[in-house]
Design a protein around this ligand. Structure first.
Ligand SMILES: N[C@@H](CCC(=O)N[C@@H](CS)C(=O)NCC(=O)O)C(=O)O
Ligand SMILES: [Zn+2]
Ligand SMILES: [Zn+2]
Length: 191
């Protein structure tokens, strides 16, 4: 193919290990200068994201990002190298000042996903992280410069890799957001 979706997707997705209970993530700085984040659980809702805000490896059109409870995330080396990319975003993405890799994204404001941190498990040198489950914000890759005429091809490649494509989040995640909104609005109907 003339473009890369993501290294974890282009060559066929490998299943994760359901017993995996965490591991370490490293930024791309070499030697002892890397930022290290230790996760105390596997990622959940791991997915490809085409939005312009999520960190992507070189030449990839998509990010792969999943969530971990905030209390399972700790920065275990070189935390002083982290800075927030965009303080006005919902997800405060903490990136390495030197290599630019996003080590974790945290939500501080009131939001249905508050309490979950967004991480890129591919930054770990260990295998077994949950494999990508779906592709989100697919149309957003146009905003990063992809020719709109390539979209059918991109979607069929994602689907061929086993990823259902969405132009926002998956139905399960959109339902969680709408449920929180309904509770706020007073329109929520419990079963
Ligand atoms: N089309 C926009 C979509 C951005 C967007 O909404 N990203 C989603 C998926 S990561 C989100 O939840 N963003 C919240 C945030 O970035 O704070 C873009 O590509 O920049
Ligand atoms: Zn770095
Ligand atoms: Zn994103």
């Amino acid at each position: 193919m003339s473009y890369q979706l993501h290294p974890l997707i282009d060559n066929g997705i490998s299943k994760g290990d359901s017993n995996k209970s965490g591991g370490k993530l490293y930024c791309k700085c070499s030697g002892s200068g890397h930022v290290e984040v230790t996760l105390g659980s596997n990622v959940a809702f791991n997915h490809a994201c085409g939005c312009s805000k999520c960190w992507k490896p070189d030449n990839a059109l998509f990010s792969v990002v999943g969530v971990v409870p905030v209390d399972k995330v700790s920065v275990t080396a070189n935390e002083n190298k982290l800075q927030v990319v965009d303080k006005s975003a919902v997800i405060l993405r903490h990136a390495c000042k030197d290599c630019g890799v996003h080590m974790y994204g945290r939500i501080e404001q009131d939001h249905p996903f508050k309490g979950l941190d967004f991480v890129h498990a591919e930054l770990g040198d260990e295998k077994g992280w949950q494999e990508p489950q779906f592709a989100a914000f697919v149309s957003s890759i146009i905003e990063t410069g992809v020719d709109p005429e390539k979209m059918d091809d991109v979607r069929s490649k994602l689907q061929g890799a086993g990823l259902t494509t969405y132009d926002c989040l998956s139905p399960a995640l959109m339902d969680m957001i709408a449920t929180a909104a309904a509770k706020k609005a007073g329109t929520f109907k419990a079963k």
